[in-house]
Write a protein that binds this ligand. Structure first.
Ligand code: FAD
Ligand code: HEM
Length: 421
């Protein structure tokens, strides 16, 4: 436990740290990559370039300082971080490296205001958080290692099938090279793909499992990420998977991790709503198929948003949910439909997902909401659910990257959609 004095100091400096948190974390990463280049290989440099990782770490530090006298409030945040760390193989002995550079960054940014007393208090607080993370990560590693079919680190998998799902998304079916069983996992979890790119040093990437647990292969479904501007490179690993990796190739895979999950066996008293944006459909498809296989009567509302019929993946599998489940409803929404998409019934509606549609189409007063998609989609959904007074304990979501600020203003200038049938 922290002393009262340490807690008082941390509370006192929280506003200053919060005001400078992104600068602190930027300086922190510069110092760490220069001083301990051996840890750089764990970090996705695209997340550094976008600032997403700096923001996620800054947010975590601010949340920690804010709740320094009520650490129970941090349990969900710690779980997200621990699952992410375990997916990447982060080890206890790396924590002092992070602690050292974090303190040095705070000292540099705060200047003379960072007295020895303050730095000692921050160091003590860091160690407590590190201890909490290390202990949770030890448990996760042990569960992975001792589970039937489980493992730590990377295991060789062979690409058994490679199938296009749309113009931009391709599925890879992965079977263990040792022909031994797969471990149990929960729908919504992700695995880690580690590829030593032939030309560019790179870090592991997470991909959600898009099939159901209990099968003899993992399925991941990967969207090809193009460079977003003329001078931006194409996404390194998604492009490599699409263009270079073929059936029969071997990939290094880390065990299933992640806390954005749904237990299909858990009885559901209330309806479940899943809202999928683009490739964010992958964890939700796994959740939906697993839920309906376990509880065919469960009320499920599955809304899929896509650009148009060219990028729309898994249309047949989502239709199939309606055949399998007695109470499944689906809705498909295109925001950039092709000329004949609506007429050909490739989608049900056009436009973006709005508060109107959630109000009209979902049982929002009782349902549990699960959603995943690009940042503007996530912000829109979150703002709409808040406007509909859906309480936080019925809202579950995941970002495909470092956690971002979901509460920022969503895009407001798109046409609203109402449900016409
Ligand atoms: C929990 C989780 C689950 C996920 N599940 C899935 C999934 O099911 N399917 C899926 O497709 N993805 C998923 N992702 C995303 C996936 O992990 C990768 O982030 C994604 O495939 C992009 O990786 P990449 O190597 O192709 O692109 P990166 O090389 O990481 O690049 C990403 C973007 O950054 C831009 N960029 C990179 N470097 C620069 C630079 N120097 N200057 C300007 N721009 C730059 C690129 O142009 C690109 O648009 C998931 C992520 C997480 C965290
Ligand atoms: C108490 C100390 C630490 C805290 C509070 C912390 C916090 C975080 C947070 C908030 C994220 C983003 C999670 C997400 O939203 O996806 C993250 C990711 C990550 N952390 Fe930590 N972390 C700590 C220690 C470490 C250590 C010791 C390492 C080892 C070098 C490490 C390596 C990473 C990596 C590689 C990622 C993923 C980065 C990426 O996406 O590129 N962290 N951590």
């Amino acid at each position: 436990m922290l002393s009262d004095k340490t807690i008082a100091i941390v509370k006192e400096i929280t506003p200053v740290v919060a005001a400078n948190a992104e600068t602190v974390t930027r300086v922190f990463y510069q110092k760490m990559f220069a001083g301990n280049p051996e840890v750089k290989a764990f970090f996705n440099q695209a997340h550094q370039h976008s600032g997403g990782q700096q923001k996620a770490l800054a947010g975590a530090i601010c949340a920690y300082f804010t709740h320094i006298d009520n650490l129970a409030a941090l349990t969900p945040a710690v779980e997200l971080i621990a699952q992410k760390h375990c997916s990447l193989g982060i080890q206890a002995e790396q924590y002092p490296i992070v602690g050292k550079h974090l303190l040095a960054a705070i000292k540099e940014v705060m200047g003379d205001a960072a007295t020895d007393e303050i730095l000692a208090a921050v160091g003590e607080a860091y160690q407590l958080l590190a201890d909490v993370c290390i202990e949770r990560e030890r448990q996760i590693y042990e569960e992975q290692r001792t589970a039937a079919g489980g493992w730590n680190g990377y295991r060789s998998f062979v690409v058994d099938r490679k199938e296009p799902e749309s113009d931009v998304i391709t599925s890879f079916y992965l079977k263990p090279a040792d022909d031994e069983p797969l471990p149990a996992w929960l729908p919504g979890q992700y695995i880690t793909v580690k590829i030593d790119h032939p030309t560019t040093p790179t870090s592991p990437r997470n991909y959600s499992l898009s099939n159901q647990p209990g099968q003899d292969s993992f399925r991941i479904s990967v969207k090809r990420e193009p460079g977003l501007t003329a001078d931006a490179p194409d996404g390194l690993i998604s492009t490599y998977l699409h263009d270079q990796v073929q059936v029969g190739d071997t990939l290094q895979i880390g065990p299933p991790c992640g806390e954005f999950t749904l237990d299909p066996a858990e009885p559901r008293q209330t309806p479940t709503v899943m809202l999928a944006g683009g490739v964010g459909v992958t964890p939700l498809l796994s959740m939906a198929q697993s839920l309906i296989a376990a509880q065919p009567e469960a009320p499920l509302y599955f809304l899929q948003a896509a650009r148009n019929s060219q990028t729309h993946a898994f249309a047949a599998e989502i239709q199939e949910l309606r055949n399998q489940g007695a109470n499944v409803r689906t809705l498909t929404l295109y925001d950039q439909p092709l000329a004949d998409d609506l007429e050909n019934q490739n989608c049900d509606e056009t436009g973006i997902l709005s508060e109107n549609i959630l109000r009209e189409w979902t049982p929002f007063t009782a349902a549990n909401f699960y959603f995943c998609g690009p940042k503007p989609f996530m912000q829109n959904v979150y703002a709409s659910l808040k406007a509909l007074n859906v309480p936080a304990d019925r809202i579950h979501f995941e970002f495909f990257g470092p956690r971002q600020d979901i509460e920022s203003a969503p895009l407001a200038d798109e046409p609203e959609v109402t449900v016409s049938h």
